[in-house]
Design a protein around this ligand. Structure first.
Ligand code: ZN
Ligand code: ZN
Ligand code: FE
Length: 677
């Protein structure tokens, strides 16, 4: 075989763990040279590669940092071409522009030599640095560890932003952090020094271990081990704890010095984006933290820790950020030259480039002006980085979403995509499923084409669009979106639909609620399965109202008795009927049936419903999307039951099932719409 073909063959086989081979081979005239060089990108040349993902510190770099004879011994910014920050420090493309673009002045002679030697591990590693020439922390690691030991809250600048850290075994300091962050219940993520220590505190399955130690080093949701001495207020009442291993030299060194698990939560003010610059940190984080530690390597763009949950189908990304974004996603159709702006919560934005979608990192909820600023910056950043000029903007139908309002004002032609259509299209596309298929989209809320609040939908999806072939029996959503947290209101509305005024019993607010229910004043119809979870959790006493998003669903899932096999009546057609379900649950409560059995039966009722619809319609593959499917029990059981009945079923893996997946799904739907190229 000729040497060129051999080389191409080897490039396709022998690549480092984090490599991603996406380009085709292009033959050019011989250069007649005998040395190996990577030439500089010509400024006017089309971009070959996009922004790359950040990678956790590799074993070679860890060895050097631990070796007293190495010049990088204990150095907090050690990296090489196999590891280190990329996305979060690249100010502009092309990536091989001078290191100044990486936010730092020139390298010292030793670093420069490594950078220029093809056989060196640091050949062309743009952020290459050492204690002589590279960035430094504002405080020594030993001092940060000592502060943690004294019970302080530390704001520490990392890779994609600041973290707030404190001892995870000390409930007093955790409470102080909750008070100062004004975050009473939402669970905190924990960073642990080693896999051994993770095993002391949590049950770790092999697939979970693989996710924890992968180059992306995400937060992985784990079940705590009974007897773990993690402070109970870390998990905030949730049956899982989000755990990550150190992913950067800063965190490795700190964890080695401290030796115990620390809370590592995003360095932000509640509802605002993660803080990335020092000036912001001084005004926003100083009131929360006792000690502020920064460093002089600039963060080009915010990037939170990613979150992964491992189910029967493998790892599923719940938040796609550090380590994953903004790697291109290959799709099997031509995408429109459009910008998709996602939803309102867990926002991401995406651009379509041929058969690749570039989806931004998780940008968060768009409630605050700061968050909307990050959203706008991310759009400008994606377009500039990829030299991309959108010809249209793809957006949700909901007029109140901040992303929709931005789309209205941006001056580009608007393409509207229904919320749940985008959900199922995202899941189908990431699994290579093409229409026709049965899309099951269950979430909290999304605006339906009829103006109602949807969220329990079955769609027959074709290339041309979708037909709503099944849904949850609509109920009055008292208070509209404001009721999103109150399971008792949903339960009451359902009860009222069944029993009329008798549902109010002795309740004093019947006078206010009755006209809302009768005439739908501030009480739109909703078919949301997310709200059904809230109602059931309230009825069985697991959770009366959500103190954070998804609390009742997590509570119901945690309560499940996995040995239970029963289910409840739920109508026998394509519409899910909650009235026999609620009646049966109340009977079970009267019989003192354990909550674990009721919770399991409720989940299995929903599984039965999906199977019934899939069996009846026989449309093709079944695609499960929407945040309700973040529930691992529901998702796993649905997949198993559908497969057992011969259905081809697909769930999310690399794209979140929650609204973080909408931008990607919007691009997919837009590719099939008339008038969009
Ligand atoms: Zn390395
Ligand atoms: Zn150096
Ligand atoms: Fe949604």
């Amino acid at each position: 075989m000729d040497p060129l073909n051999r080389l191409v063959g080897r490039v396709g086989r022998e690549w480092p763990p984090a490599a991603l081979v996406t380009q085709h081979v292009n033959r050019v005239a011989p250069l007649r040279t005998t040395t190996f060089v990577i030439t500089d990108t010509q400024p006017e040349a089309p971009l070959g590669t996009g922004l790359l993902n950040d990678l956790a510190t590799c074993p070679d770099c860890l060895r050097e940092m631990a070796d007293p004879s190495n010049r990088r011994f204990g150095y907090a910014f050690t990296n090489c071409s196999a590891c280190g920050p990329r996305f979060t420090i690249t100010a502009d493309l092309p990536y091989d522009s001078p290191p100044a673009a990486m936010g730092r002045p020139g390298m010292c002679a030793s670093c420069r030599l490594e950078y220029e030697t093809p056989a060196d591990r640091r050949y062309r590693a743009q952020p290459n640095a050492c204690p002589t020439c590279g960035p430094a922390l504002s405080r020594p690691i030993a001092e940060i560890a000592e502060e943690l030991r004294l019970g302080s809250i530390v704001a520490l600048k990392g890779i994609g932003g600041f973290h707030l850290l404190c001892d995870a075994l000390d409930s007093h300091v955790v409470r102080r952090l909750r008070e100062r962050k004004a975050l009473e219940f939402r669970p905190f993520a924990v960073m642990m020094p080693s896999l051994e220590i993770v095993r002391q505190h949590c049950i770790v399955e092999p697939a979970e271990e693989e996710a924890l130690t992968s180059p992306a080093a995400p937060i992985v949701l784990l079940r705590p081990r009974p007897g773990s001495d993690l402070a109970p207020n870390v998990a905030g009442g949730v049956p899982f704890v989000g755990v990550q291993l150190p992913s950067s030299p800063i965190h490795h060194l700190l964890m080695r010095a401290y030796g115990l698990p620390v809370v590592a939560t995003s360095g932000n003010v509640c509802g605002e984006p993660i803080v990335i610059d020092d000036r912001d940190a001084r005004t926003r984080l100083r009131p929360i933290a006792d000690l502020l530690v920064t460093h002089n390597r600039a963060i080009a763009r915010p990037c939170d820790d990613s979150v992964v949950r491992v189910g029967m189908t493998g790892p599923v990304l719940l938040r796609r950020a550090r380590g994953f974004a903004p790697l291109p996603l290959d799709v099997n159709l031509e995408l429109p030259r459009a910008l998709a702006v996602g939803g309102h919560l867990n926002n991401t934005v995406a651009i379509g480039m041929g058969r690749q979608a570039i989806v931004s990192q998780h940008l968060g909820d768009l409630h605050t002006p700061q968050a909307r600023q990050v959203f706008e910056t991310a759009i400008a950043d994606l377009c500039r980085s990829y030299r991309f000029t959108p010809e249209a903007v793809v957006t949700d139908l909901h007029p109140g979403y901040a992303s929709r309002r931005w789309a209205n004002a941006c001056g580009l032609p608007i393409v509207e995509v229904q919320h749940h259509h985008a959900h199922v299209a995202a899941c189908a596309a990431e699994n290579g499923v093409v229409p026709p298929y049965l899309g099951v989209a269950w979430d909290g809320a999304g605006l339906g084409e009829d103006g109602d609040v949807w969220g329990g939908e079955f769609f027959a999806v074709t290339v041309a669009g979708f037909e709503r072939v099944g849904y949850l029996q609509p109920f009055r959503l008292i208070g509209g979106d404001a009721a999103a947290g109150d399971g008792w209101r949903v339960a009451l509305a359902m009860d009222w639909a069944i029993r009329g005024a008798a549902a109010f019993g002795e309740r004093s607010h019947a006078g206010i609620l009755e006209p809302m229910l009768e005439r739908g004043v501030n009480a739109p119809w909703s078919s949301s399965v997310g709200r059904l979870f809230d109602a059931v959790a309230a009825v069985i006493g697991v959770c009366d109202r959500n103190r954070f998003d998804g609390e009742s669903a997590l509570g119901l899932e945690a309560a499940i008795d996995p040995g239970e096999r029963g289910s409840y009546p739920f109508g026998d057609g394509l519409v899910g009927d909650w009235s026999p379900l609620l009646a049966a649950i109340r009977e079970d409560l009267d019989r003192q049936t354990p909550v674990g059995a009721i919770a399991a039966r409720f989940h299995l009722t929903l599984v039965d419903w999906i199977c019934r619809v899939a069996d009846r319609l026989q449309i093709g593959p079944v695609v499960l999307s929407g945040e309700v499917f973040q529930n691992a029990f529901l998702s796993d059981r649905a997949v198993a039951a559908l497969q057992a009945r011969g259905h081809d079923v697909h769930v999310h893996r690399r794209i979140p099932a929650n609204d973080g997946g909408l931008s990607f799904g919007q691009l997919i739907v837009a590719s099939g719409l008339a008038g969009v190229r």
